[in-house]
Write a protein that binds this ligand. Structure first.
Ligand SMILES: *Cc1c(COP(=O)(O)O)cnc(C)c1O
Length: 460
């Protein structure tokens, strides 16, 4: 393919560095015990390589930092708001912009506007904050992703696809009027950063239009999705990421966005829409929950960094290095026989904890255990994406038992080097060698909402 270079080498060089802390095994024993075996409760100063999340952990460019100095901190009508609006319109194609402090701010507003109690909100797998906002507004989430997405070894190139039959069955069962909207994630975080194809997006649009159902895109990693479409889908090889992104967005009515992922910033998000009435309502509501409609909880400088981030993040060189780095780590782990979700996703490597620890039943929290073991071995911080993240069923009170029990090694954009990648692979391998000595965990404290952030555990 014409855009591919021989290597995924970074299209930048390093100008500023941030020292890392190394700890001893003894110190790490103490830290992880104090953190209740929850990597979210570790202090970052005690972490060596931080693969907890790619959210807000990106390195900004000199151009973005220069933009920070151009912050117009006027309460109303900031120059940076208009710059951001222009870039959102140019790259994502929506008419209207409502900035929010981060992605969940946008999810909150759109859920409140579009969901009536008792409505259904189908989606291609859930995302934690997205589903919670839907539920808090009386909606019922229904998973309509293809079955392949729940199988960590299935090599389907677009495991983020919607199963159109599942969607159609739901429409037949409850009627189009009871469906608030369809949420489309691109790429699908909880499935392992797996993309959705353009063909599938087009089909979802056709089916929902027939029934007058809206589509809301979770555009958080839509640029990474666009890169996969360019690489994997026929007819898109020679299109630019920008053209592909515009087409992705054209099949939806609105988008919620966490700028902390694709857009190479540390904070920020937005809601983008086409419908004038919904926009009017969102613009009223943002004043109550986030800030005036021209800043939405962000400083002017944050909006400027995000506007510049849109342009940088949409470059194919950037995405090739970004996703190339993940593929480098993934391929090395596969060579070592370590079970990971395949195909390798866009923002993270997902270790398959069920296969890693086949002797641990799901209620012994194998993924939570693996994340703790990895920290103990090397100070690398990862996160659980399994039964703890899945939470409880509101009606029955029982845990959800997700098929996928994963540990996510998430790579911040433009932050770590290939040598850091190698250290990570070596540490996972070490933990794999010692897998039979591990007994699992029990939960000793459970918060009511998004329990994975603050739950505490003890060793069994
Ligand atoms: C991070 C994320 C969100 C929520 O965004 P925040 O900026 O963390 O509030 C929503 N959807 C997906 C897919 C995400 O990864």
């Amino acid at each position: 393919m014409p855009f591919q270079r021989r290597s995924w080498a970074e299209p930048f060089k390093i100008k500023v560095v941030e020292p890392l802390t190394m700890t001893t095994r003894e110190e790490r024993e103490k830290h992880i015990t104090e953190a209740g075996y929850n990597t979210f409760l570790l202090k970052s100063k005690d972490v060596y390589i931080d693969l907890l999340t790619d959210s807000g952990t990106n390195a900004m460019s000199d151009n973005q930092w220069a933009g920070m100095m151009m912050g117009d901190e006027a309460y109303a009508g900031s120059v940076n708001y208009y710059h951001l609006e222009e870039k959102v319109q140019e790259f994502y194609g929506y008419k209207f912009l409502v900035p929010t402090h981060q992605g969940r701010g946008a999810e909150h507003i759109i859920s409140k506007i579009l969901i009536k109690p008792g409505d259904y909100v189908p989606g291609n797998m859930y995302f934690t904050t997205t589903r919670l906002h839907q539920e808090l507004n009386g909606g019922k989430f229904v998973d309509i992703i293809i079955d392949e997405a729940h199988d960590s070894q299935n090599l389907h190139p677009f495991k983020g696809n919607v199963d159109l039959q599942k969607l159609e069955n739901l429409i037949t069962k409850v009627g189009g009027k009871k469906i608030a909207y369809v949420t489309i994630g691109a790429t699908v975080n909880m499935a392992g950063g797996q993309p959705i194809s353009m063909e599938n997006l087009r089909q979802v649009r056709a089916l929902t239009s027939k029934h007058g159902i809206k589509v809301v895109l979770d555009a958080t990693r839509a640029m990474e999705n666009a890169y996969f479409i360019k690489r994997r889908e026929k007819g898109y090889e020679n299109k630019s990421i920008k053209e592909i992104l515009l087409e992705i967005c054209s099949y939806s009515d609105a988008a919620t966005m966490s700028g902390k992922k694709d857009l190479l910033v540390n904070i920020g998000g937005f809601l983008a829409l086409n419908d004038n009435d919904v926009f009017e309502e969102a613009r009223n509501m943002v004043v109550v929950y986030e800030g005036l409609h021209t800043y939405g909880g962000l400083a002017g400088r944050d909006m400027e960094a995000m506007a510049r981030g849109i342009v940088e993040a949409c470059q194919v060189d950037h995405l090739q290095a970004r996703i190339g780095q993940i593929e480098y780590v993934g391929n090395r782990l596969i060579e070592l026989g370590i079970p990971i979700v395949r195909p390798i996703g866009g923002h993270a490597i997902f270790l398959d904890a069920k296969q890693f620890y086949p002797h641990l039943e799901q209620l012994k929290f194998p993924a939570q255990t693996l994340a703790a073991e990895l920290y103990l071995d090397s100070g690398i911080r990862s996160m659980e994406r399994g039964i703890v993240s899945a939470g409880r069923n509101k009606e029955t009170g029982d845990h959800y038992y997700p098929k996928l029990e994963l540990v996510r090694l998430t790579f911040p954009r433009r932050v770590y080097t290939q040598a850091h990648c190698d250290v990570t692979v070596e540490s996972v391998y070490e933990v794999f060698q010692n897998r039979n000595n591990v007994r699992g965990l029990k939960m000793v404290y459970e918060p009511k909402y998004l329990r994975f952030f603050q739950a505490r555990f003890d060793k069994l």
